[in-house]
Design a binder for this molecule. Structure first.
Ligand SMILES: *Cc1c(COP(=O)(O)O)cnc(C)c1O
Length: 356
């Protein structure tokens, strides 16, 4: 493994950014990490000023979709210390996605080390307002310059970061999808693969045109078992149980999902990970037992669901009465800002060089 060189920007953009008004996904911090896999090993590892790439028109990722990504966040503690949230988990998931798409792994310790280096350089880009964060986007794609369906030999890994403002998730309306699927048994649903999103855009667009915010994905065989939502895993409170679909190979193994399961179990909730049919949810709704439905993901942490439509049946939920979802939100935020003890070691603080 070659060492990581650092080229600092000579024209920081920091002074030009209005941190009180951060349009989502459009502001980029000063530096990014770039590394190339040469077919044998990772080389040319460099942190350098954020900027454009050049590419060959036949670059394989553009044609056959060998492309994966991660989405994670860093926060600032009160004393300004940057903290990463469960970076080892994200490193491991990136590698699991890579394996499924015939791509090389990136060493997990180096991944975390690179994130630490990026945060040391760009720590001033971490917004301090509660609820805001520095979003981190690692991604890897095939770079062979040829046309031919085969795994690429060469790859590029890039990590850039983006300050994001507090994300006030408004309650979402979900449309259970009966024509299109996101993932089937044996497919790539468990990988954070770019192509999974490409296939979901049309059904999401149709759902929006019908007045729904996101698609509720059902299984590819029976259109019965609930998988997840757009960019989130999903939880149901039925009676006094909290239920989330079991990861069966077609559901993304969300890290927020995992954190929620741990927090709920610690607090003594009855938690079930199992196949959950949409008809079971409808029955629970009819009996008045469906108390809460919420999405779980890095971007929003928790997104309350206020309505689910399945075929002709509309289920409306009173999000004002939710108890579990806001509790989870407060727990996660409390752990992130240091006000609740980090029992499970989810925070990864990054020591800053002592300033003079
Ligand atoms: C990233 C993602 C999630 C949420 O995962 P987190 O690790 O909690 O952010 C859920 N579903 C899909 C399809 C995703 O891509």
């Amino acid at each position: 493994m070659s060492k990581i060189t650092i080229t600092k920007t000579t024209s920081s953009n920091l002074a030009h950014v209005d941190f009180d008004n951060l349009p989502f996904g459009q502001v980029f911090a000063d530096h990014m990490f770039v590394a190339d896999y040469d077919g044998q090993q990772w080389t040319n590892m460099e942190i350098k000023p954020f900027g454009r790439l050049t590419m060959h028109p036949s670059m394989l990722a553009l044609h056959y979709g060998q492309s994966i990504f991660e989405g994670m966040k860093a926060f600032a503690l009160e004393d300004k210390t940057p903290v990463l949230y469960r970076p080892e988990r994200h490193a491991a998931r990136l590698n699991a996605s890579a394996t499924r798409l015939c791509m090389p792994e990136f060493p997990e310790e180096t991944f975390v080390e690179v994130l630490e280096m990026l945060l040391r350089l760009d720590h001033q880009w971490i917004p301090s307002e509660p609820g805001s964060a520095l979003y981190i986007r690692p991604f890897m794609f095939a770079t062979d310059e040829t046309i031919g369906v085969r795994p690429s030999e060469k790859y590029r890994l890039i990590i850039f970061t983006q300050p994001t403002g507090p994300y006030y998730a408004k309650p979402v309306k979900l449309l259970a999808e009966h024509n299109y699927i996101r993932a089937a048994n044996g497919g790539t649903g468990e990988a954070k693969a770019a192509g999974n999103y490409a296939g979901s855009l049309l059904p999401a667009k149709i759902a929006k045109a019908k007045g729904y915010d996101q698609v509720l994905w059902l299984d590819a065989t029976d259109f019965e078992y609930i998988q997840e939502v757009g960019t989130m895993n999903i939880f149901f409170v039925i009676g006094d149980k909290v239920i989330t679909p079991a990861t069966d190979g077609s559901i993304l193994r969300g890290i927020t999902r995992d954190s929620f399961l741990t927090l709920l179990t610690d607090a003594g909730y009855t938690v079930e990970q199992r196949p959950l049919g949409i008809s079971e949810v409808e029955d629970a709704y009819d009996r008045g037992e469906l108390k809460e439905v919420f999405g779980a993901g890095t971007a929003a942490v928790v997104a309350k669901v206020c309505e689910i439509k399945n075929k002709d049946k509309v289920m409306k939920l009173s999000v004002e009465d939710y108890k579990v979802a806001p509790w989870l939100y407060d727990q996660i935020n409390g752990i992130r800002n240091g006000s609740i003890s980090d029992k499970h070691g989810w925070l990864h603080p990054v020591a800053l060089p002592v300033s003079v």
